[in-house]
Design a protein around this ligand. Structure first.
Ligand code: FAD
Length: 287
């Protein structure tokens, strides 16, 4: 049973941050509630006050300016999956959003809630990393921008401090000519593995590449050393380099055994899916 809770509905970031300061440990930020209400209902989290951030209008905006897509933290997965703007600007993200859980969770859950919770078994963060996305974080005093990579600190841990709200996700376009893809492996609703690839070809060689992997270890990560090794190679050689990168993948991704797959399985499938997704991206463009 869910205990009775006080609901506070601020309409500005300042008010929300003030409410968090006033109620302190008793308060939690509440967006879609997909995650939060489950935790409260199951007694895994205690709270007396929910600070509902959905009345803050700027957290619902989706806008493209100067090649950067700005997505308010309270935009739902379903809205992103079905947005023409998102499909045009970041097709792999639109696809990843369409794969989140089921229509109920996609309608209820927000991108901001997903990133702020930082469950390792998530989809959108992995794709956002190949876009070099940043986030805008704010409180009643100021706002600050940080790379998503820095925002993701560890499993269920982010760079959000007390009184901070995640306000906006900033998604730059991929470099001109770069195509992208996201593929996930799942047995249940949450992904066991997510792989995002951005690739640009020139004279049949990989001119530029971005690789990100999620769900394997504590947080989604870019594979920058592997990217450097692949640049300048032919697709077949690139696939071979990925296949031989098992040690590197283990060292960087820090795979863990969990209910969604063993460490060995996740590591093995990372190599397979990275190679396949890379091959398909260079052959077929956006997939
Ligand atoms: C059954 C199920 C299946 C799922 N499957 C998938 C899946 O396949 N792929 C996937 O990626 N995800 C999956 N999820 C996770 C889902 O995407 C998230 O639960 C959802 O996006 C969270 O958003 P929310 O708005 O509901 O957050 P809430 O539940 O409201 O909040 C989640 C956490 O984030 C904090 N928070 C929320 N908004 C902000 C903000 N603006 N600033 C700071 N902190 C904030 C809250 O305080 C809370 O700690 C699944 C969840 C469920 C319940």
């Amino acid at each position: 049973m869910l205990q009775s809770l006080q609901l506070v509905q601020p309409t500005t970031v300042h008010e929300a941050s003030q409410a968090l300061a006033d109620y302190g440990e008793k308060a939690r930020i509440y967006a879609g509630g997909a995650e939060l209400l489950l935790l409260l209902r199951n007694g895994m989290l205690q709270s007396e006050v929910l600070v509902d951030v959905k009345k803050i209008e700027r957290l619902h905006r989706v806008a493209l300016a100067d090649g950067v897509l700005r997505v308010g933290a309270c935009v739902t997965h379903h809205a992103l999956a079905s947005s023409e703007l998102v499909r045009e600007h970041a097709p792999a993200l639109a696809y990843a959003e369409s794969q989140v859980a089921n229509i109920r969770v996609r309608n209820q859950g927000t991108l901001g809630g997903n990133l702020a919770f930082n469950d390792p078994h998530s989809d959108p963060g992995t794709v956002l990393l190949i876009h070099n996305a940043s986030v805008l974080v704010g409180n009643d005093k100021d706002e600050r921008r940080m790379a998503l990579d820095d925002f993701f600190v560890d499993m269920y841990a982010t760079a959000l401090g007390p009184g901070d709200l995640l306000l906006e996700i900033e998604i730059p376009a991929l470099p001109a000519g770069m195509t992208s893809a996201y593929q996930r492996l799942h047995r249940y609703q949450r992904p066991t593995l997510g792989v995002a690839v951005g690739a640009r070809m020139s004279n049949e060689a990989v001119e530029d590449i971005r690789l990100a992997v999620g769900c394997v270890g504590p947080k989604a990560l870019r594979l920058t050393e592997l990217e450097t090794k692949i640049i300048g190679t032919k697709p077949g050689d690139a696939k071979q380099i990925v296949a031989e990168a098992k040690e590197y993948l283990r060292d960087v991704l820090l795979p863990v055994d969990d209910l969604l797959g063993s460490e060995a399985y996740k590591l093995y499938m990372t190599g397979v899916m990275l190679g396949d997704t890379l091959e398909q991206t260079v052959q077929n463009g956006n997939i």
